[in-house]
Design a protein around this ligand. Structure first.
Ligand code: ZN
Length: 511
């Protein structure tokens, strides 16, 4: 227990007394995460000693840069945050008429306490417009950059949106105004590549139990790639073997440590490690379920105040530039692979499990300030195992009364058509055979867990009911929303209430 308290003290000193970091943390920074002084003071937070970019400074920076380069960058707003702040989005294009141009989406600040993600987006704009080594990238790329996605949270240095929701758990249920606005902009821009910049907490509470006085994470960058099995395999593979591989090479050149994203969790008193993610509620999978090449980056930063801030901004900048270069050099390949993905019609993986393997991870021992290697059992979402598989239907049908679900589908860019006349249709309906309402509340939603059975029937649908055909780019996302057992579906999040022996108001259109 003693070492746990020591660690907690250390942990608190790190978080609260940011100006005077504890001696251990100073030593760790000096030895492993030295500041990157080469980065020039070009953005608001880099120009000042204390604090991060505030709203006024953000708008000044964006207005300024668009006034200097009106031919290449324009400032627009996607709407207002729940506290009434206009949310800026920047569009970069050199307006060349290249037919093979790629659309790339980047966002920072979705979690309001991860400031280097926003600063890296600002620095990136500066670089793409002013540094002759990189201006060519706009010959083949149009960019949309959302630098401060969660403005209300960011201005309070708080992870959550003003209504208390985590915006990176909201990608299927769309309960925050910010999410709905971001989805509108995302669908309208229609990206081929989409990147989400975050920072992670290197001092996790669970880490206190490891080694003598605890450990902290040793990585500058972790890659959170999409591994949901409904994402076409060619997209999953190319993200790992092309985009991420190239970015890792760039990080190696400047001695930044990296690995695939992993986190610890405490399961019945023991520390377990897991890596990757398959969950459609967070950005990298949500993006990639649109048949888009996607990555979420985690930069070492939460809870360490402004320590190594230039190093963190440079990590984000290096990643962004690397993904842009990879995109520029592979324009045709990327377009071609998206076409292939759009034509795929695999079975639907409704549920999957993590696989388990033993791995070695590096960490910094807080007591000795040395890099150590730990043997861990890794629960791996990067290689998931399919658990519940269903045939891909021709489409889904939903009754017109379910207007809030229909508006979420529209918000996500899903194409639907309406039935013209009352008609009988041969369908599969979902009969709820098992219902576990354990009253678990997650992100303010009352979760439901169901098991359903498909039953053949012929049902009369009315004029105005919606058919959602699966022959569309976002078909894999549709499956994640509509299949009731899928962990982030409308049923799982309690948006469509049900109970045992119910028939769901969602139907499968048979092939
Ligand atoms: Zn985050």
């Amino acid at each position: 227990m003693k070492k746990y308290y020591l660690f907690i003290l250390f942990f608190i000193s790190f978080n609260l007394v940011s100006a005077q970091l504890s001696p251990q943390s100073k030593k760790i920074t000096e030895k492993f995460f030295s500041e990157y002084e080469e980065l020039e003071n070009r953005t608001p937070a880099l120009k000042k000693k204390k604090g991060y970019t505030n709203y006024k400074e953000l708008l000044e920076f964006l207005n300024n840069i668009s006034a200097i380069h009106p031919d290449k960058i324009s400032l627009k707003y996607i709407g207002e945050s729940s506290k009434g702040k206009k949310i800026p989005i920047m569009f970069l294009s050199n307006n060349s008429k290249n037919l093979q141009k790629l659309n790339i989406w980047m966002q920072g600040g979705l979690h309001g306490d991860e400031p280097a993600s926003t600063e890296a987006m600002l620095y990136l704009m500066h670089t793409l417009l002013n540094d002759s080594k990189y201006t060519y990238l706009l010959d083949k790329i149009d960019l949309a950059i959302l630098p401060m996605a969660n403005i209300d949270g960011f201005l309070k240095n708080n992870r959550y949106a003003a209504n208390g929701l985590d915006l990176n758990r909201d990608h299927t249920k769309l309960m925050a105004i910010e999410t709905r606005l971001i989805k509108d902009a995302f669908v309208q821009f229609n990206p081929d590549v989409a990147l989400d910049f975050h920072e992670y907490r290197p001092f996790r509470k669970d880490f206190a139990q490891l080694s003598t006085f605890g450990i902290c994470s040793a990585y500058d960058v972790m890659f959170h790639n999409s591994s949901n099995l409904n994402i076409p395999e060619n997209i999953r593979i190319m993200i790992d073997t092309l985009f991420t591989k190239n970015a890792k090479d760039e990080l190696d050149k400047i001695n930044l440590k990296h690995r695939n994203y992993m986190k610890s969790e405490k399961i019945s008193g023991e520390i377990h490690f897991s890596q990757g993610t398959t969950t459609a509620r967070s950005s990298s999978n949500s993006f990639a379920l649109n048949n888009v090449f996607a990555t979420l980056f985690e930069i070492r930063g939460v809870g360490i105040a402004k320590t190594s801030f230039k190093r963190r901004v440079n990590s984000g900048l290096t990643l962004a530039l690397s993904y842009l270069k990879t995109s520029y050099n592979n324009t045709d390949l990327i377009k071609e692979q998206i076409e292939i993905a759009n034509g795929m019609s695999n079975e639907i993986i409704v549920k999957s499990d993590k696989s388990i393997y033993s791995d070695k991870i590096q960490a910094i021992d807080i007591d000795t300030n040395e890099l150590i290697e730990l043997d861990v059992m890794m629960r791996d979402a990067k290689k998931p195992i399919a658990k519940l598989i269903r045939v891909r239907p021709q489409g889904y049908i939903i009754k017109k009364e379910y207007s809030s679900i229909i508006s979420k589908l529209k918000n996500l860019g899903i194409e639907m058509s309406q039935i013209q006349n009352d008609t009988l249709i041969d369908i599969n309906k979902y009969l709820i055979k098992d219902y576990n309402d354990n009253f678990l509340v997650y992100e303010k939603m009352k979760l439901q867990e169901v098991k359903s059975e498909l039953v053949d029937d012929i049902i009369k649908f009315s004029k105005g009911d919606y058919i959602i055909y699966m022959k569309q780019r976002r078909s894999n996302l549709i499956a994640e929303l509509m299949e009731p057992e899928a962990p982030n579906s409308f049923v799982s999040f309690g948006l469509i209430k049900t109970k045992i022996d119910d028939i769901l108001p969602i139907y499968r259109l048979n092939n």
